[in-house]
Write a protein of this length. Structure first.
Length: 179
């Protein structure tokens, strides 16, 4: 796993072979972060990474100046890997929650400036996740929400949808919550 830019830019971390997550490719991550940085200044944001997997998005957000990142990951192997990277970086602004992301969305009481979700593409109910997040307490006026998905989904009819980006087989739908 390679961190692309920022204070941790060019750092590499060896992902254990037993991780079952499908990490966002470097190419897709680099491109979506270019889009994100044209929408909002990451510096100082409170961010949430749902279905964090390897934590690549979480670390990229911290590398680019996020004030804090909460990484939600249920799988023990992935959560341990994110914890290991956190300790290697000695970054106290990364908070790892080993819990079910769907439950977290439903029970959330804290709003974030930026929410990123990368659920497993084969997750039952995948298509309901954007609406769940948009109707949750995770977002506040001015927040940005991005979901990574396959090409079989089209979320353009949902409220606050502003853009769709595709990089190879990786798709992102972007939602900007009105101020």
């Amino acid at each position: 796993m390679r961190i692309i830019r920022g204070k941790y830019g060019r750092r590499r971390f060896n992902v254990p072979t037993n991780i079952t997550a499908r990490p966002t490719t470097d190419f897709a991550r680099e491109n979506i972060f270019n889009v994100i940085e044209n929408i909002v200044d990451i510096d100082g944001l409170r961010c949430l990474d749902l279905f964090a997997g390897t934590g690549a998005v979480s670390i990229e957000l911290l590398s680019r100046g996020a004030a804090s990142v909460t990484a939600v990951e249920k799988a023990t192997t992935q959560a341990r890997f994110i914890e290991k990277v956190k300790h290697e970086l000695d970054d106290r602004n990364l908070h790892i929650l080993r819990t079910d992301a769907i439950r977290f969305i439903r029970e959330a009481s804290t709003a974030f400036d930026f929410v990123f979700a990368d659920p497993p593409y084969d997750l039952d109910g995948f298509g309901d996740i954007p609406e769940m997040v948009l109707n949750s307490r995770l977002l506040k006026p001015g927040s940005i929400f991005i979901i990574e998905h396959s090409k079989k989904y089209d979320f353009s009819t949902l409220p606050y949808f502003t853009d769709h980006r595709a990089y190879g087989s990786v798709n992102f739908s972007i939602f900007e919550i009105a101020e």
